[in-house]
Design a protein around this ligand. Structure first.
Ligand code: MRU
Length: 352
């Protein structure tokens, strides 16, 4: 299925199938994959066809729904045991974004109190739909709080794509730019291209340009010079997992940007839905960092750009220590300073 709309949803659920925006084909083709099985969902997540922490969680929740709707088991206990196995299977698709585990655990938990298989199936589907619907509102709130830290006319830098297509709508780090547009503000965005997978050039540049938001693309090694010379007022990034102490895993290159921002005295903000906050992970040292195939580094669009046999290190994420983060922007407000206390308080408020 091909679409031409400006505002494009990454995940669309249609009871017996899922339409997933194939982000590997952007910006050339805006194409939806027709996904009918949990194995298709696993594959789409691991190959970055659906990517971005919240969107991964949403797709995975629907992956369990697709499995559950097709499952023939009639005994409730056996159904729930099988559900846990499917949950573990999806958990193996990618390691870093905690939203994956948060979403599949939420869906699995929702089924536990059902009194029949039919009820369990309904609960699974409803929980997946709730996760997607809530995410839209969460992103809007993050955008509003982020805007309160900016002014009309500001230039802001970002990396990777923490945009509408990485979430249910609006995005996290890109939400303020979408909301500023609605408000009639002019914000300028400098987007790092984000080697090696190019989420900045392929996705952020495309998403912002399609929404008539002023965006300028730079390569990653131009960031320090751009921060210094282009009057950048802030750096805003998304996150894949924020540890209890505020240490933040996000796309590789984020830590470098944080170091540069600190050296130049520019505020560095992390946009973080509480679903990405993992209080069970004490610090950044405990966050598993995904390493991806070496072809992402040695090839561009299938063309080799490095000698055969070269050793390659390809971590997909890095960890920015909390000390380098000026503030964490959540849907419940902006926190700064003592992250250990403030983040655990926010999580407590969320669960009550
Ligand atoms: O490897 P990706 O493209 O899934 O990495 C995505 C990021 O690092 C995003 O910044 C993060 O998931 C936040 S998306 C709102």
């Amino acid at each position: 299925m091909t679409v031409t709309d400006k505002w494009v949803a990454s995940v669309r659920y249609r009871s017996n199938h899922l339409l997933l925006l194939d982000q590997q084909q952007l910006p050339h083709n805006t194409v939806y994959l027709n996904v009918t099985t949990i194995e298709h969902v696993w594959d789409a997540i691991s190959k970055l066809k659906v990517r971005g922490a919240p969107a991964i969680g949403i797709a995975a929740a629907y992956g369990l729904t697709l499995w559950s709707n097709a499952e023939k088991e009639t005994d409730l206990n056996t159904f729930l045991e099988k559900l846990k196995k499917q949950r573990d299977y999806l958990a193996s698709s990618r390691p870093t974004a905690v939203n994956l585990f948060w979403a599949i655990d939420r869906v699995t938990a929702a089924a536990q109190s059902a009194s029949s298989v039919a009820e369990a199936k309904l609960r699974i589907e409803q929980e997946a739909q709730n996760i997607q619907a809530e995410d839209e509102e969460i992103c809007r709130k993050i955008g509003e709080y982020a805007l309160s830290l900016l002014q009309d006319g500001d230039s802001v830098m970002t990396i990777c794509n923490a945009g509408a297509i990485a979430t249910s709508k609006y995005g996290t780090a890109l939400a303020p730019f979408h909301l500023a547009k609605e408000k009639g503000w002019n914000l300028s965005v400098y987007a790092n291209e984000t080697r090696p997978v190019l989420q900045g050039s392929r996705l952020t540049a495309w998403e912002l340009q399609s929404n008539d938001i002023d965006v300028t693309l730079i390569t990653d090694n131009m960031a320090a010079h751009t921060l210094k010379t282009k009057n950048i007022k802030a750096v805003i990034v998304g996150c894949d997992r924020v540890a209890a102490n505020g240490d933040t895993a996000n796309k590789i290159g984020t830590f470098g940007l944080a170091l540069q921002a600190k050296a130049l005295n520019i505020p560095f903000y992390v946009a973080c839905p509480l679903s990405t906050l993992d209080l069970n992970t004490k610090s950044g040292d405990d966050i598993p960092i995904e390493e991806r195939p070496e072809e992402e580094v040695t090839h561009i669009n299938g063309v080799r750009i490095a000698p055969k046999g070269i050793k390659v290190f390809n971590p997909a994420f890095d960890v920015t220590p909390a000390d380098y983060i000026s503030a964490i922007i959540t849907e419940k407000g902006v926190v700064e300073g003592n992250y250990i206390e403030s983040l655990s308080q926010l999580k407590e408020e969320e669960t009550n």
